[in-house]
Structure formats: structure tokens, C-alpha cells
Write a protein that binds this ligand. Structure first.
Ligand code: NAD
Ligand code: WQD
Length: 340
């Protein structure tokens, strides 16, 4: 049996791009996803990109029997655990669903890994574990907190993984705290396809550009930031995907790594909108409205540790993020249902 990687949530936005990066780096992998927030048509796109999984398993990560069967069939050298629900507003309305899916899902996975003696995991954490940071750029040693059930679910999973490592230091664990992933694969074959009204900025901007939505609401222009709009660390999803390959490589011995994946550059909403319009030659109609509840003024990474520990650094700038996001949107007006 050949060593391979299990990708939970591998048909999702970040997982599918990571599949391409893994294939390019010579890894084979199996995808497990319950398709609760993705399409099986992603698999056709992965095939076009020479990044087909060894197998696709349509199952829930909380399904212990399926996990045991899968760990019996394949000799996994590690797991990258993307499967999770990620909509902050929805998590406030449905906390139990979020805790069950994200925390129980992670527990079930770790227990199955323990039964199969697979002890390498790369976990999708988030900059949300820093809450409203006291200062930027944010270092990994900053205090951790949560402001909503989604964020709490990520923090709880981190706590579980830290306790597990305390109990058994043979584990190889990477907690990757992503900042704001945007953009798409350069081919236009993979990208972000949110259901319904997008919660996040970039998919909203691309839908305004395509005429699907009339205008962007910019949530607040009275923040204590250079132009008054919120500042974030937007990161190209292919750079983020490479970060997972780098994390697998760095987990070459028992250790627990906790690493920010961001560019280190703070970009305001207005700067992103202006860059998108300039790079793509498409104006983005927008109106300033009240702040969105729960939003913070600024959030960007200190990415020093990623460079030191993973030998990883973001390569792609804001212009590429905007160009790739727009290529994906223009080529796929019906998302993954657009015929190839
Ligand atoms: P996504 O929704 O596109 O991908 C998640 C995938 O997991 C989906 O394909 C979904 O169908 C699957 N899934 C969800 N629950 C599952 C379950 N119980 N069993 C099996 N499959 C399940 O989201 P994404 O943007 O690719 O995010 C991937 C991970 O990264 C998530 O854990 C998310 O919380 C985390 N993250 C995302 C961001 C972001 O801004 N996109 C930022 C930080 C962290
Ligand atoms: C970015 C900026 C908004 C939409 C969220 C989660 C976080 C993480 C990533 C997973 C903010 C502004 C947005 C719009 C706007 N996910 N905005 N109009 O809020 O930084 O992070 O996604 O872990 O946990 O909270 O990302 O893309 O929603 O917002 O003005 O229609 O764009 O106010 O300043 P955010 P975002």
C-alpha cells in the first residue's frame, strides 16, 4: 500500500486548491467530504488539473464506521482536516450544529486516527482565535479568545489538539491559523462558490462585478484605520494551499506547530475594491453602510514563524488575488454547475 494523505473537506474551497498543490508535490490523497458546502463536480475539475484523488468518499467526518473502514483500506501517513462549517452568522443562530459538526467532527476523526495509529494532522484553524486583537501584526503568542460559536469551535479544537499532544508527544500536529483566503486557481477551473448571498468580501465583489448583485455594501468607514474601512490580511488560496504542503513537510518528527498563514500586509476594504476595479477594468458599485456586528477594525498576521518553521512565505500579491478571483467568476457564472 502506497502512503497517502486523507483530506477531509477536500472538495471545499481551500481543500480543492490544496489537492492541486499536493498532486503537484507528488502526494496521493483520498478526499472525504459530505458535500454539505461543496459540489461533487469539483472532482471533474480536479481531474482536468491532474489532481484526482485516489478515491472520493461521500461521508460525514462524524461517521466513525466509515472512518475505520477508510483507515483500514489506506495506509495514510497523515490527515489534513478541512471539514467544518465556517459561517460566523449562522454559527450564532445554530451553535449546537456548529459545535457538533466542528468539535465532535474533529473528536471523531482524532479517535479514528488513534485507533489506526495515524498521528499526523494538519488542522484548519483561523485568525478568528485572536478575537479582537490588542495590536497588529498578530503573533501566535497573542491571547486567544472567541467572539462567536464558530470561533469558539476552532479554539476548542485547538485546545483538544494541545491536550492530546500533552498526553502523547508522539503526535505530529500543525495548527494553521489562516487569515483571509481569497482568489482562485489560475486556470479558472477552481474557485470559491458560496451558496446564496456571500458573507465574505471577495465573493461579494466578484458577484457585483458580474452583475449578479447591484452594489457592495462597505460595512463601516469610521474605523480607526488609514481610510476608515476594515483592514484584513488577504491571502491567495494557492499560497495557502502551498502552506499545507509545507506543513506536511515540516511535520517530519513528533511536534506541535502553531503557525499564522497570512501575508503580513494589511489591506483595507477600499484598497481591495480599488485594486479589483483597476486590475480587471470593472467598476465595483458600492455604498458605505453601518458597521457589521462583530467586525473588528484590523487583523493581519506576523508571518515570521511560518517562514522559520515551515519555510513558507506568501508569493502572490493583491493584484493576482483580484485577477484570479475575477477569472474564476467570469468563467463560471453558475459556479461548478457551469459546463466545462
Ligand atoms: P468550505 O465550506 O468551502 O469547505 C469545507 C468542506 O468541508 C466543504 O466541502 C463541506 O462540504 C465539508 N464538510 C463540512 N462539514 C463536514 C462534515 N461534518 N463531514 C464531512 N465534510 C464536511 O470551507 P473552506 O473555506 O474551504 O474552509 C476549510 C476549513 O478552513 C474550514 O474548517 C474553515 O473553518 C477553515 N477556515 C476557513 C477560512 C476562510 O475564510 N475560508 C478561514 C479560516 C479557517
Ligand atoms: C472582510 C472585510 C468586512 C463583506 C471572516 C470570519 C473569519 C474567517 C474569514 C474563517 C471586513 C468587509 C465584507 C461585505 C464588507 N473565516 N465586508 N462588505 O470578517 O475578516 O472574516 O471570514 O475562519 O473567521 O469572521 O472576512 O470577508 O467577511 O470581511 O464591507 O459585503 O470586508 O466588514 O472588514 P472577516 P470578510
Amino acid at each position: 500500500m502506497q502512503d497517502s494523505i486523507l483530506l477531509t473537506g477536500g472538495t471545499g474551497f481551500i481543500g480543492s486548491h490544496t489537492a492541486v498543490a499536493l498532486a503537484q508535490a507528488g502526494y496521493s490523497f483520498v478526499i472525504l467530504d459530505n458535500l454539505s458546502n461543496s459540489s461533487s463536480k469539483v472532482l471533474d475539475r480536479l481531474a482536468r488539473l491532474n489532481a484526482s484523488p485516489l478515491a472520493f468518499v461521500n461521508a460525514d467526518v462524524r461517521d466513525a464506521q466509515t472512518l475505520d473502514k477508510l483507515f483500514g483500506e489506506y495506509k495514510f501517513s497523515g490527515v489534513i482536516h478541512f471539514a467544518g462549517l465556517k459561517a460566523v452568522g449562522e454559527s450564532v443562530a445554530q451553535p449546537l450544529r456548529y459545535f457538533d459538526n466542528n468539535v465532535n467532527g474533529t473528536l471523531q476523526l482524532l479517535q479514528a486516527m488513534q485507533r489506526a495509529a495515524v498521528q499526523k494532522i494538519v488542522f484548519s484553524s483561523s485568525a478568528t482565535v485572536y478575537g479582537d486583537p490588542a495590536s497588529v501584526p498578530i503573533q501566535e503568542s497573542a491571547p486567544l479568545t472567541s467572539t462567536n460559536p464558530y470561533g469558539r469551535s476552532k479554539l476548542l479544537c485547538e485546545d483538544i489538539l494541545r491536550e492530546l499532544f500533552q498526553a502523547d508527544a508522539n503526535w505530529q500536529i500543525a495548527l494553521l491559523r489562516y487569515f483571509n483566503p481569497v482568489g482562485a486557481h489560475i486556470s479558472g477551473l477552481l474557485g470559491e462558490a458560496p451558496n446564496g448571498v456571500p458573507n465574505n468580501l471577495m465573493p461579494y465583489v466578484t458577484q457585483v462585478a458580474s452583475g449578479q448583485r447591484e452594489f457592495l455594501q462597505i460595512f463601516g468607514n469610521d474605523y480607526d484605520t488609514p481610510d476608515g474601512t476594515g483592514v484584513r490580511d488577504y491571502l491567495h488560496v494557492m499560497d495557502l494551499a502551498q502552506g499545507h504542503v509545507a506543513a506536511l513537510r515540516a511535520l517530519n518528527a513528533p511536534k506541535l506547530l502553531t503557525v499564522n498563514l497570512g501575508t503580513g500586509q494589511g489591506v483595507s476594504v477600499k484598497q481591495l475594491v480599488d485594486a479589483f476595479a483597476r486590475v480587471n477594468g470593472v467598476p465595483i458599485a458600492h455604498r458605505y453602510v453601518a458597521r457589521r456586528a462583530g467586525d473588528i477594525a484590523q487583523c493581519f498576521a506576523d508571518p515570521t514563524k511560518a517562514q522559520e518553521l515551515l519555510n513558507w512565505k506568501a508569493q502572490l500579491g493583491l493584484d493576482r488575488m483580484c485577477a484570479d478571483a475575477w477569472r474564476w467568476q467570469s468563467m463560471n457564472p453558475q459556479g461548478f454547475d457551469t459546463p466545462l
